[in-house]
Design a binder for this molecule. Structure first.
Ligand code: AMP
Length: 280
């Protein structure tokens, strides 16, 4: 596996691969790898000749009061893990390589970025995501890019960018990888102390309770809210939304996402669950 720091090096490597007729898969990440990240890399490895993983803690998607400075970073560990699953190129640029002096372009997706995490974290968040992903697509020109369904709203934002800007990449959303007790894996789980770690299991339990309530014909949101309340968690949001448009929905006639965000201990965690629409 090669660790590359510059855009020019990645462009050259991708050009060589394309000249040889190879397909290219991209996995954008912010590092601190866990099984969730590795599942995306393995899927890319299965489908492509050249697998590029970007490791970049993107400053523009953090608000000033968020955890940019403390976000877990361990490149040597990440490199070993990526190499272990057969990644070809780890692209780990400095911020100035991605945002040189004079950088002035922002990709803004309207609508779906204004709710949920966009409302909670601020509009800059998805602007930062959309801009860096567009840049990475320009640099790597992947046949497909792999994202986790854990960040369901991010997947929809990226799909919107790809459609609106005619980027020639397939977006693959991979299932949420969980710890054995159901907690969705996240780089931010390292912020949890023992008490908060136990409390955090309530997020997935709330999503499970919602699915059970739905099967019983009971209220989906009240069931989820009750589990959170019992664990002492006041969510930033707990919402049922159309799985494609993110419009609020009352019932699950079409595929819907139940999405939750909450502060647990010193971590801000998100999770979600897809509720399949009942055929008419
Ligand atoms: P991050 O490094 O947190 O920006 O995540 C990089 C990619 O890994 C994103 O597409 C995430 O959605 C995905 N990801 C993070 N956690 C998980 C998880 N538990 N299961 C599946 N994918 C994940």
């Amino acid at each position: 596996m090669r660790i590359l720091r510059t855009i020019a090096e990645v462009l050259a490597a991708v050009r060589d691969a394309r000249a040889a007729g190879h397909t290219v898969g991209l996995v954008p990440t912010m590092g601190a790898f866990h099984e969730g990240h590795l599942s995306l890399m393995r899927e890319a490895r299965r489908n492509h000749d050249l697998v590029v993983v970007s490791l970049f803690v993107n400053p523009t998607q953090f608000a000033p009061n968020e955890d940019l400075s403390t976000y877990p970073r361990d490149e040597a560990r990440d490199a070993a893990l990526a190499e272990g699953v057969g990644v070809d190129i780890l692209f780990a640029p400095e911020p100035a390589e991605i945002y040189p002096d004079g950088f002035a372009t922002t990709i803004h997706v309207a609508g779906i970025t204004e709710v949920l995490d966009g409302a909670s974290r601020g509009a800059h968040h998805f602007d930062g995501v959309a801009t860096v992903v567009t840049k990475l697509f320009g640099i790597v020109r992947p046949d497909a890019a792999y994202f986790g369904q854990k960040d369901a709203q991010q997947v929809l934002v990226v799909r919107r960018v790809v459609r609106d800007l005619d980027l020639d990449a397939r977006i693959v959303a991979c299932p949420i990888v969980r710890e054995s007790d159901g907690l969705a894996m996240s780089s931010r789980n390292v912020y949890l102390d023992a008490e908060a770690r136990a409390q955090a299991t309530a997020l997935n339990r709330a999503l499970d309770a919602a699915e059970v309530a739905r099967a019983a014909g009971d209220g989906i949101l009240p069931a989820a809210r009750a589990v959170l309340a019992e664990a002492g968690i006041e969510p930033e949001y707990l919402e049922l939304r159309d799985a494609e448009t993110l419009d609020p929905v009352e019932s699950v006639d079409r595929d819907a996402l139940l999405l939750v965000a909450a502060r647990v201990g010193s971590a801000r965690l998100i999770d979600n669950h897809l509720l399949r629409g009942t055929p008419a």
